[in-house]
Design a protein around this ligand. Structure first.
Ligand SMILES: Nc1ncnc2c1ncn2[C@@H]1O[C@H](COP(=O)(O)OP(=O)(O)O)[C@@H](O)[C@H]1O
Ligand SMILES: [Mg+2]
Length: 220
């Protein structure tokens, strides 16, 4: 089993949006997935509770309970544990990172988010975990031209010395409504721009985390 902590020391950067999309994305790729919501606001739980049919199992879990959840999930033969974390509770974030195989840092392309990302990347380095940065809520590129804000942010993110996911998630209205349904953009309208970029991101993270290994279900 592989565990992914979705982190970011800034409220509203999109941790829950990315964590839920990723958990559903892994589920759609055949990974038996559980989503641990370590944020007392329990937004991920709220989203997935509204979901019908199969999907990643949502569980409220934080602090030392996360460790018990991880070992139980491993014993149950699950493939993936995605952990959604709060912005402000440093201990919770550290717990999640310690238990993870990869810490996925969600950052908006703003000065304040980038400054916070430097501090968050320190936690990842201190705990010696592989990290991956996802740029979220970026302004939409016009044609092939990236907005200057995005270009500057990509340059600044190089200073974190963590790999940057090659897929940038844009600011799109679709992300603000899709989670009401408990579904991901990928599921709701597969042709939309949101679906395309999330599909690419989930496929990339799946490869990054599982190193190209097929889901255990298809191995049976
Ligand atoms: N790529 C995006 N485009 C548009 N809105 C987004 C995007 N990502 C997140 N949001 C919105 O921003 C707000 C905060 O997102 P959320 O995932 O709850 O952040 P966090 O969990 O980091 O606090 C929500 O209203 C969400 O719908
Ligand atoms: Mg959240």
């Amino acid at each position: 089993m592989r565990s992914i902590a979705v982190i970011g020391r800034k409220g509203g950067s999109g941790k829950t949006t990315v964590a839920v999309h990723l958990a559903i994305g892994l589920h759609l790729r055949g990974r038996r997935t559980i989503l641990a919501d370590a944020d007392p606001q329990r937004s991920s739980i709220e989203v997935l509770r509204g979901r019908e049919g199969g999907g990643p199992e949502p569980v409220a879990s934080s602090g030392p309970k996360l460790f018990a959840l991880k070992t139980a999930s491993m014993r149950a033969g699950l493939d993936a544990l995605v952990i959604d974390t709060p912005a402000v509770l440093e201990d919770e974030v550290a717990h999640a990172v310690v238990l993870s195989d990869v810490a996925l840092l969600v950052v908006r392309p703003t000065f304040l988010d980038l400054a916070a990302a430097v501090r968050t990347s320190d936690i990842i380095r201190r705990l010696r975990k592989p990290g991956l940065v996802v740029l979220n809520q970026a302004p939409i590129a016009r044609g092939q031209v990236e907005p200057p804000l995005v270009k500057r942010s990509v340059e600044a993110l190089k200073l974190l010395r963590l790999p940057l996911a090659p897929v940038i998630i844009r600011s799109r209205a679709a992300y603000q409504s899709v989670l009401e349904t408990g579904r991901s953009a990928e599921e709701l309208d597969g042709e939309s721009m949101a679906a395309q970029e999330m599909r690419e991101l989930c496929a990339f993270v799946d490869r990054f985390v599982f190193g190209g290994r097929a889901p255990s279900r298809s191995e049976v």
